[in-house]
Design a binder for this molecule. Structure first.
Ligand SMILES: [Zn+2]
Length: 278
């Protein structure tokens, strides 16, 4: 984060944080002065010095759907990393160590999209982590794959779920009108895949992907919809595999039968519930 002129007396957290300013490169970073176990408390976000911001800026931290915080302290100089050493837990208004704990000299970092839904200034990350997510923006503008495995605050998880539900509804409403011939072809493939168990629901999902027409890669709505679709397809495929292996394991004698007609929803609910004797 580029240095901003502090209006607080520095250093604000001398016991736990060293702020290192690189005037030549116009950058700052922070390193830890303390050791902490995994998820140990690093600092509380208290009022004061924190204040609720009138509007989000590149220097605020989002703590709820429509709530942003001015830190008004050196905690502002905690940079982004895709393998962060810290977690900003805004529900509990604390900064805690990440799952690896903290050692003196470790750079203090957190994952910006874990708090920010919308970022005015997206940037290319050069954190150097093997899992670097590349272009860092607010969670709104990142894919599920980019956010997978990262600790995210409740308001971000909620907003992501709403985005995906909206995308799934839009995807479900759209596919029938595109390329029916292709759908038939895919339906055959899907039927083979599922040992004949392909219901209209699963064929439609399987056929939707090839039918999506080309669109500008930078269209965020298209990206979000594709992401939601891919997510749904993975879920269907996982359920299909789980069902197939369950049926194969529980009813070896009737596998041939299953190949012809596929399991019914009654079998699913009954057997998965474990109340059917074999
Ligand atoms: Zn990175």
């Amino acid at each position: 984060m580029a240095p901003i002129k502090p209006h607080w007396s520095q250093p604000s957290h001398p016991d736990i944080q060293d702020v290192i300013v690189n005037d030549a490169e116009f950058t700052t970073k922070s390193v830890s002065k303390i050791a902490l176990p995994p998820f140990g408390l690093f600092a509380k976000l208290e009022f004061p010095p924190c204040t609720v911001a009138a509007e989000p800026t590149y220097a605020t931290v989002q703590i709820g759907r429509d709530k942003h915080l001015d830190l008004n302290s050196d905690l502002l100089y905690i940079n982004h990393s895709c393998e962060p050493s810290l977690i900003f837990d805004t529900a509990n208004m604390v900064i805690i160590a990440g799952p690896k704990g903290l050692q003196p000299g470790d750079e203090l970092t957190f994952f910006y999209p874990s708090t920010e839904w919308d970022m005015a200034q997206p940037f290319d990350c050069f954190c150097g982590a093997p899992t670097c997510r590349g272009r860092i923006a607010g969670a709104r503008d990142m894919t599920r794959a980019q956010l997978d495995g990262m600790w995210l605050n409740g308001h971000i998880r909620e907003l992501l779920e709403e985005r995906e539900q909206a995308a799934a509804v839009a995807a479900a409403a759209a596919p029938a009108e595109t390329a029916p011939a292709k759908q038939n072809g895919s339906a055959t493939a899907a039927a083979t895949l599922t040992n004949g168990a392909a219901s209209p629901h699963t064929t439609k999902t399987a056929a939707a992907a090839p039918a999506v027409p080309a669109a500008p890669a930078d269209d965020q709505t298209v990206r979000a919809l594709r992401e939601a679709l891919s997510h749904a397809e993975k879920a269907v495929e996982a359920a299909r595999l789980a069902l197939a292996s369950y049926v194969a394991a529980v009813k070896p004698a009737t596998v041939a039968g299953a190949q012809r007609r596929g399991p019914t929803s009654r079998e699913l609910s009954g057997e998965m519930g474990g109340d059917t004797s074999v």
